[in-house]
Design a binder for this molecule. Structure first.
Ligand SMILES: [Fe+2]
Ligand SMILES: [Fe+2]
Ligand SMILES: [Fe+2]
Length: 418
């Protein structure tokens, strides 16, 4: 189906969700992106490089998403700066759209070292890595109130590192730009998304639904890579949802939408702490409330993206139940569409068939037992549940296969984690 989806908005929404993992991070990536793009424009970079810079800066810390120590992000210069950078590169490598940003992200903490930083272990370090490195450090200095009052100190600190840590030409561009108050006021701006979109119109990238499928699969890897317990979940749900939609004779377009929604349904979990995702003990009321918020966050993230409305409606309703006692919207069997009902069943089925921190995966009889109870109580749609029972073995085999494939995709990523 041809339907244009704004990739820029999607990237910004993802970046925002990653930044939301901890208040201390503020909008670290978005703000680093703003600084980097301002510098890039000042330096007169060509449009193609600006696009790369925009994407790489917006997601430069994406590899830190599963690290328990990700708050050390701000101290990364002192701690091991390379692990999350290489993990990030291994992730974006999996996306057709972002592949070309992988080397930029991999080396975003390499110091200039009076030119020696053009290379790292025999590999060429992209110039844009150095530009992001500088932008990243400037951004960290900006944390806190009234940044304009500290502008001179920040300028002096950065200038004193010219050559040793940062490429002198880039420091010069920064000093020129930051001599104007507008540079600092923009950094204090809350609505960064609007600023970013206006900044580089060339960077607006729209994709068709077909192309989005690949990108959604990539995003599911990102979500799943956060914890070994949720690893593979999204790809399993996408597969189960697609399978059930086919068996229930939905249209080709609906099947494609439901699969993409499956990949994206838990994207709100990007904003849930890893510790919570992996907690084996029962959750406290506070933790449960936070956990429940993931589906609202999925809604928040996806609903900001033009062209994604119907996919958002499927993805964000996977915890709604037939009697209206699901969450967060309290929809019921009369208001939920068949696609939404399928998504709920696909999510439950996949979860039952997976190991969780608090229980092992269920065997066929247990799975069917739970599904039947859910159907009887009208929590899940009886017709969709009957479809699961009828095709259980085929469905489970398909889900396992999809999950193995996505796990293999993450091998390079895991290799850097320790
Ligand atoms: Fe970083
Ligand atoms: Fe960073
Ligand atoms: Fe969920």
């Amino acid at each position: 189906m041809m339907k244009l989806i704004s990739l820029t908005e999607l990237l910004m929404a993802i970046s925002r969700a990653l930044d939301a993992m901890h208040p201390a991070l503020h909008a670290h990536q978005a703000r680093t992106c703003l600084i980097a793009c301002r510098l890039g424009l000042k330096l007169g970079l060509p449009a193609q490089e600006l696009r790369q810079l925009f994407c790489a800066a917006l997601l430069h810390d994406i590899g830190a998403i599963g690290l328990k120590t990700r708050l050390d992000l701000l101290e990364f210069e002192e701690v091991d700066a390379y692990q999350h950078a290489f993990m990030g590169a291994a992730l974006v490598e999996k996306s057709e759209f972002l592949k070309d940003t992988a080397p930029i992200i991999a080396y975003h903490h390499i110091v200039w070292d009076d030119g020696a930083g053009k290379m790292y272990q025999g590999q060429a370090v992209p110039e844009l890595s150095h530009l992001i490195h500088l932008s990243d450090r400037i951004e960290v200095h900006c944390h806190g109130d009234n940044v304009l009052a500290r502008a001179q100190t920040i300028r002096q600190t950065i200038a004193s590192e010219s050559g040793r840590t940062f490429k002198p030409e880039y420091v010069q561009a920064f000093l020129a730009l930051s001599s104007h108050d507008i540079f600092w006021f923009e950094l204090a701006e809350n609505n960064l998304d609007a600023l970013l979109v206006d900044l580089i119109p060339d960077v607006q990238m729209s994709v068709s639904l077909d192309a989005l499928e690949g990108f959604a699969e990539f995003l599911s890897l990102v979500v799943d890579s956060r914890s070994r317990f949720t690893a593979r979940h999204s790809s399993g749900v996408a597969c189960a949802a697609k399978f059930l939609a086919e068996k229930m004779k939905l249209s080709v377009d609906e099947i494609q939408e439901i699969e993409i929604a499956g990949f994206l349904h838990d994207i709100g979990k990007l904003a849930i702490p890893v510790e919570l995702l992996e907690k084996a003990a029962p959750l406290t009321p506070d933790e449960r409330a936070l956990m429940k918020s993931h589906v609202y966050k999925t809604y928040q993230i996806l609903s900001k993206v033009h062209g994604l409305a119907s996919i958002t409606q499927i993805a964000a309703m996977h915890h709604e139940r037939g009697l209206g006692d699901g969450y967060p919207f309290g929809m019921d069997a009369h208001t939920l569409s068949l696609s939404q009902k399928i998504m709920a069943v696909a999510d439950v089925f996949t979860a039952l068939a997976e190991d969780r921190p608090y229980r092992a995966q269920m065997v066929k009889a247990q799975v069917l037992n739970v599904i039947e109870q859910e159907a009887q109580s009208q929590a899940l749609d009886p017709a969709v549940c009957a479809c699961v029972a009828q095709h259980h073995d085929e469905l489970r085999a398909a889900v396992v296969q999809a999950q193995q494939r996505s796990e293999a995709q993450l091998d390079a990523f895991w290799a850097y984690s320790r």
